[in-house]
Write a protein that binds this ligand. Structure first.
Ligand SMILES: Nc1ncnc2c1ncn2[C@@H]1O[C@H](COP(=O)(O)OP(=O)(O)OP(=O)(O)O)[C@@H](O)[C@H]1O
Ligand SMILES: [Mg+2]
Length: 148
């Protein structure tokens, strides 16, 4: 088993991170493994660490700018040295039709990762081959990550 396979197996079993920095490190690790064109749906309620996870992906993709929540802009495009990272926060969308009107797909340039917060808001827009990560809070500073 390669180290990538071992890492994915651990993430599928579910792991607990003890700090935001640890969550970012885990995301940076996953960034090196994701396929060249990938939608990553980040499931979990308010404050579970979805944006924190995307910050780690950004590190992994060689994005230099700061990643904050794009709630008000709906999505942000970061051109990393290794990959384009598109960060979508669907919290304020009511339907997939609203998302389609934003023409986001026009901006995707391979290799890319499209990370989606609140994917359930645009459920029928999420492709069948998307990756899904479940996030939750286990205790103070302890958050869980599990790849479906
Ligand atoms: N182990 C941990 N993993 C991730 N975040 C943690 C952890 N421990 C503490 N935190 C803190 O929890 C908060 C997570 O906030 P974040 O904005 O990433 O959540 P979110 O899921 O994007 O929320 P929202 O639904 O509002 O967009 C941050 O302030 C982060 O520092
Ligand atoms: Mg967020």
């Amino acid at each position: 088993m390669s180290s990538d396979d071992a890492f994915l197996a651990t993430l599928r079993d579910g792991l607990v991170t003890g700090s935001a920095e640890e969550t970012r490190a885990c995301a940076a690790g996953l960034a090196g493994i994701l396929p060249a064109e990938c939608v990553l749906a980040l499931h979990g309620t308010l404050g579970v660490g979805k944006t924190t996870f995307v910050q780690g992906l950004a590190e992994g993709f060689g994005v230099t700018g700061h990643v904050t929540s794009p709630t008000f802009t709906i999505y942000t495009i970061h051109e990393g040295s290794r990959r384009q990272l598109v960060h979508l926060d669907a919290y304020r969308l009511d339907s997939s039709a609203q998302l389609e009107a934003l023409l986001l797909e026009e901006f995707l340039r391979s290799p890319y990762c499209l990370a989606v917060e609140w994917p359930e808001k645009v459920e029928d827009w999420i492709p069948a081959d998307a990756w899904h990560l479940d996030l939750a809070i286990a205790g103070e500073d302890r958050h869980t990550l599990r790849l479906r």
